[in-house]
Design a protein around this ligand. Structure first.
Ligand SMILES: NC(=O)c1ccc[n+]([C@@H]2O[C@H](COP(=O)([O-])OP(=O)(O)OC[C@H]3O[C@@H](n4cnc5c(N)ncnc54)[C@H](OP(=O)(O)O)[C@@H]3O)[C@@H](O)[C@H]2O)c1
Length: 441
């Protein structure tokens, strides 16, 4: 058996402490499977005295992860601290500069600095592995980078944030508001006290940026992703979606066309029969469309200490075996510059919900505005409000009624122009709700 592979773990929170447990439980098996023992040499976190429910006595403790990164007592630096900059970035840079392999679960760091770090790792001849950084326990990075190497990928999409999927599932199943579903998610520990990063879509965007780079061989450009969160979704939208044969999911979608690469994160109407529509609760799913393999869908836990540690270990095991693949599946220097397809040129069907004043001519005016933008309507459904008859006639004469429109394929520019004109006409009470429809198998 070869010499042990010595790892240093920076960050002993959810993921780091699960990784310590995993090594303790599966150490012997890992040695057999990789051909060399994997041992923890050193650990680092902020608070040495914190009770983490794990025995750290055998490991060298470092208060400073940068010092651990530079210390010759370990061969692999495992970064489980988090954050795009600060200690995480400084220690990963120090580890690479010291000629150490790096394993990280940190999507924020990679979305911001991934290509630069990958180039530095290549120059030093070390690995930069990040299986856990997108979709936690789902082995999507290896799948894209290695298993699908014989394919040209034209679209990759998925449910990449368990918090959002849990909230949308609860809203749909229990007919509760976004605020109540978020509250439930927070009570169960599925949502942070400040949930903005998750529900606003940014977390999904960071993960999508990594998948895009590997799938299409382009440099990362997380800032150019179109991002819309889920806070505007109402139970009325979920109910209408259900009646029309759809479900609403927060999707990250990256696709390639002649005009460039489209990357977008937004609430999406997905056909009920599609595989992704059936993914509920905190579960994540990623679908890849390759020219030879066809469609592939992987689903599973996108977060949680143990599931994430499982992915971190697969990266460590690759290093133990001597398997080296470019961080983004090819030499970092050969990643092409990211060519953005403008969102206004996005083409697809749209769901639109309007609160239309009940007055003569309102419908005709709306239909005319759609026609002016050359948008054909697949369906129009007027949904009578149940409480209408309870109010006196003079108060309900013009009371807004929910109207749902489904368009045939059109462009983002056309639908936005039509909705702006409809709003300016004054026949609707609130801003229109607009949700993109994704054609999925
Ligand atoms: N949790 C998940 O389900 C999940 C899933 C996928 C990816 N990830 C990624 O995995 C990484 C870790 O996540 P986590 O949930 O385990 O985070 P966490 O529970 O907040 O743990 C963070 C750890 O980093 C340590 N730390 C923070 N600042 C430090 C510093 N300046 N120097 C040394 N140590 C420092 C903390 O030390 P103390 O404990 O002493 O405070 C803590 O042990 C993040 O990049 C995250 O995005 C997490």
């Amino acid at each position: 058996m070869n010499a042990p592979l010595r790892i240093g773990i920076a960050g002993l929170g959810n993921v780091g402490s699960s990784l310590v447990r995993l090594v303790a439980r599966h150490g012997n098996d890992l040695a057999e499977r990789t051909g060399r023992p994997i041992s923890i040499a050193a650990v680092s976190a902020r608070d040495r005295k914190k009770n983490r429910g794990i025995d750290l006595a055998a490991f060298t403790w470092f208060d400073d992860p940068v010092a651990m990164a530079r210390d010759p007592g370990s061969d692999v630096f495992v970064e489980l601290v988090g954050g795009a900059d600060g200690a995480a970035r400084a220690s990963v840079e120090a580890a690479i500069a010291s000629g150490k392999h790096v394993v990280t679960a940190n999507k924020a760091l990679l979305a911001a600095h991934g290509v630069k770090l990958a180039k530095a790792a290549e120059e030093k001849g070390v690995s930069l592995n990040f299986e856990a950084a997108a979709a936690g326990g789902i082995p999507i990075i290896k799948t894209l980078r290695e298993a699908l190497v014989g394919n040209t990928v034209n679209r990759v999409y998925g449910i990449l944030n368990g918090t959002c999927n849990y909230i949308l599932t609860r809203m749909e199943q229990d007919r509760i508001s976004f605020a109540d579903a978020l509250d439930a998610a927070q009570k169960l520990g599925y949502a942070e006290a400040d949930p903005t990063f998750d529900v606003g879509g940014q977390d999904t965007a960071n993960k999508l940026a990594l998948l895009t780079a590997i799938a299409f061989g382009t440099e990362i450009d997380a800032d150019s992703i179109y991002v819309e969160g889920i806070s505007s979704i109402t139970p009325a939208d979920l109910e209408a979606a259900d009646e029309l044969g759809y479900r609403i999911k927060l999707l990250g979608v990256a696709s390639r066309s002649d005009s460039g690469i489209e990357q977008r994160v937004h609430p999406t109407m997905v056909p009920k029969a599609s595989a992704i529509a059936r993914v509920d609760g905190v579960t994540n799913a990623v679908a890849v469309e390759g020219d030879f393999v066809g469609q592939l869908v992987l689903s599973g836990p996108g977060a949680g200490g143990d599931a994430t540690a499982s992915s971190v270990m697969s990266d460590i095991a690759d290093i133990a075996r001597g398997d080296r693949v470019g961080a983004f599946g090819r030499p970092a220097s050969s990643l092409e510059p990211y060519r953005k397809a403008a969102m206004r040129r996005h083409e697809g069907g749209y769901y639109v919900r309007l609160a239309v004043y009940d007055r003569p001519g309102a419908f005709a005016a709306i239909a005319q505005r759609m026609a002016d933008s050359k948008i054909s309507l697949e369906s129009i459904v007027q949904r009578r409000r149940a409480a209408r008859s309870a109010a006196p006639d003079h108060l309900v004469a013009e009371a807004p009624q929910p109207v749902i429109l489904i368009t045939y394929e059109t462009t983002e520019t056309a639908i936005r122009k039509a909705l702006d004109a409809i709003k300016a006409d004054g026949h609707i009470a609130n801003d229109p709700q607009m949700i993109r429809i994704e054609p999925l198998a």
